[in-house]
Design a protein around this ligand. Structure first.
Ligand SMILES: [Zn+2]
Ligand SMILES: [Zn+2]
Length: 254
């Protein structure tokens, strides 16, 4: 399994892209602006999109992806997400007002887009890669993703702040090799981090103390312009962990 980081920033500017991770050639986890780094053939190869939540920085590429390659697809693009997330997309995005409902284009019998609810406790296996939603704690319905292969496991938190349930889920994955986890703001912006339910360095450091597994740690969703400050505070707060900022263009293999 090859995970390519197309976008992992908390915002845009100077080449930064928002969250979009590519699993091998055919699956995306989230569809933020990182999707725009793919060329046309690569866009056409995407058959499945797993969404952690409906926020625009994780979904805005999806309607444009369908508009670009929908007519060339032989089968519908399938979007996997929590039922609550799919309901938001139905009501607020693919609603014929903000964007056409590609679940009915060119016909309801043979559409370009298909929704596939994936709830907690369920798992989806695609060509030997198993995707499982994990509980997290964000301002809207959201999940992390446990990506399991025969070579080991990787977890992507999506957007989250402190969550006992997430920690418990991580501790139940003995073969956890990589953990990609949100830390969006520096400590001085704790009020914004709490209001928007993201981690800040001190909250992540406290979370790590409860971990009984020892994955490689990659920090994501860093606020643009504050990346170095956040990473410095994190390393000071959690000196026993080898913390690295996740980088756009990075590839993680399992
Ligand atoms: Zn969010
Ligand atoms: Zn986000």
């Amino acid at each position: 399994m090859k995970l390519t980081i197309l976008g992992c920033s908390g915002g845009i500017g100077s080449g930064r892209h928002t969250t979009c991770l590519k699993v091998d050639d055919d699956v995306l986890i989230d569809a933020g602006t990182g999707i725009t780094t793919l060329d046309f053939e690569q866009l056409l190869a995407i058959d499945h999109v797993f969404l952690t939540h409906a926020h625009l920085d994780h979904t805005l590429g999806l309607p444009l992806l369908l508009d670009s390659v929908g007519d060339l697809r032989a089968t519908p693009l399938t979007v996997h997400a929590l039922p609550e997330v799919l309901a938001v997309l139905s009501t607020h995005l693919f609603n014929w007002h903000l964007w056409p409902d590609f679940r009915e284009i060119p016909s309801a019998e043979s559409p370009w887009l298909r929704f596939a609810p994936l709830d907690f406790g369920e798992a989806l296996t695609l060509k030997g890669r198993t995707f499982r939603p994990l509980p997290v704690n964000h301002v809207v319905p959201a999940c992390g993703v446990h990506l399991a292969t025969t070579a080991g496991s990787l977890v992507f938190s999506g957007d989250t702040t402190h969550s006992d349930a997430f920690v418990a889920a991580l501790n139940a994955i003995p073969d956890l090799c990589h953990l990609i986890i949100d830390t969006s703001f520096e400590n001085a912006l704790v009020d914004i981090a709490q209001a928007s339910k993201h981690h800040w360095p001190d909250s992540l450091a406290a979370e790590l103390q409860a971990l009984s597994v020892r994955p490689e740690l990659w920090i994501t969703h860093l606020k643009p312009g504050n990346e170095a400050a956040i990473m410095n505070e994190l390393r000071a707060a959690a000196p026993n962990w080898g913390l690295e900022a996740l980088m756009q263009g990075q590839v993680i293999e399992l």
